[in-house]
Design a protein around this ligand. Structure first.
Ligand SMILES: Cc1ncc(COP(=O)(O)O)c(C=O)c1O
Length: 344
């Protein structure tokens, strides 16, 4: 019997019991296999190792009060993985197979699914990698699709806290007409070092601008950006940002709450006119910002501009309200009027 401290879960690659996997070879997917073997074997020349032919998804499963278990909007993740796989020229499971394998992974690891009431959930991580050994820079129709999962905690417990973000003037996340809007592993590689430096300086998040003109806000290294101005929920329209399912959901929640939703290019200077600003994504749901510093050179002492929203730790009322609403739908406490919960 596994003993897990449900109250103090972080967001880590927690080792559960079972991985569900399937391979695409000779034009078809193999029957999905649930295995307790936590390793993959493939050729050292595989595309994934040399050319980063790799993409992934992230979604959550929740235990509701009545004991039922629901994945949150898995159809959206299935569609996004398909879009990303097309970009990489990879075969991709269809929506039905994607969701069935996510369900199977959660079912096989049920003992690791946090009980209702801890604010915790099961993070499900589908992964698609190119395993064909080759030197040429061309797609090859062979892939491994695997689904792993890990129990994860609520980032905030009872009290949500705001944190600082930095705009790193000497780093970009995505090129214009590049891969920014796809969930490929390579996009994240470029953020490792700037994240390390930012964390050492006390910033939690990196906020990237559009790389061609640096006039507009794109997104954070690991989440989308949104801001509140009066009764408006504002979020960037950009070809270089990942289409976040949490952001999409928050836009719908904001509209349900009577807010106006604006999806449009957001100028950096507008930060000064927002009452609240935050990141949003599956892992944290909402990361409210206390302030954003603009640093021309991330490694050097701060000489740029600063936009302040709240004292460190304090959170605006609208971010709080949106967070409460989305998490109560995910946990099964509020009515799921849009049919976002996919029961297993
Ligand atoms: C770069 C980036 N943007 C946005 C998001 C948020 O997307 P989602 O809400 O689908 O998790 C993520 C991942 O969570 C991300 O890695």
């Amino acid at each position: 019997m596994t003993r897990i401290d449900w109250k103090n879960l972080g967001f880590d690659a927690y080792r559960t019991r079972t991985v569900v996997r399937s391979c695409f070879r000779n034009g078809e997917w193999s029957a999905p296999e649930a295995t307790e073997e936590f390793s993959f074997t493939f050729d050292p020349f595989s595309q994934v190792l040399h050319y980063a032919i790799s993409c992934f998804e992230g979604l959550k499963a929740f235990r509701h009060k009545d004991g039922s278990v629901a994945l949150f909007r898995p159809d959206r993740n299935a569609a996004r993985m398909r879009m990303t796989a097309n970009y990489l020229g990879m075969p991709c499971p269809d929506e039905d197979m994607f969701i069935r394998m996510c369900e199977e992974c959660v079912k096989k690891n049920l003992e690791f699914l946090p009980p209702y009431g801890y604010g915790a959930s099961m993070y499900v991580r589908p992964l698609l990698i190119g395993i064909h050994p080759q030197m040429q820079l061309v797609p090859y129709p062979e892939a491994l699709f695997a689904v792993m999962c890990a129990p994860v905690g609520s980032y905030y417990g009872e009290s949500m806290k705001s944190c600082a973000a930095v705009i790193p003037g000497n780093y970009d996340r995505a090129a214009p007409k590049g891969s920014g809007r796809y969930k490929i592993g390579a996009n994240y590689a470029a953020t490792f070092m700037p994240y390390k430096i930012a964390h050492e300086q006390g910033y939690t998040e990196l906020l990237y601008l559009n790389s061609s003109t640096r006039e507009y806000i794109d997104e954070f290294g690991s989440s989308n950006f949104f801001a509140i101005q009066g009764n408006k929920y504002i979020t960037p329209l950009s070809d270089s940002v990942l289409p976040s399912i949490t952001n999409l959901t928050l836009q719908e929640v904001a509209a349900d709450l009577g807010m106006d939703v604006e999806k449009r290019p957001v100028r950096l200077e507008e930060l000064g006119s927002f009452e609240e600003a935050a990141g949003c994504g599956t892992a944290v749901v909402i990361t409210p910002l206390s302030h954003v510093d603009v640093k021309p050179v991330l490694e050097e002492p701060f000489v740029g501009k600063s936009f302040r929203f709240f004292p460190d730790g304090e959170v605006g009322p609208v971010s709080r309200k949106l967070y409460a609403r989305i998490t109560s739908i995910q946990n099964g406490e509020a009515e799921d009027i849009h049919g976002w919960c996919h029961f297993i």
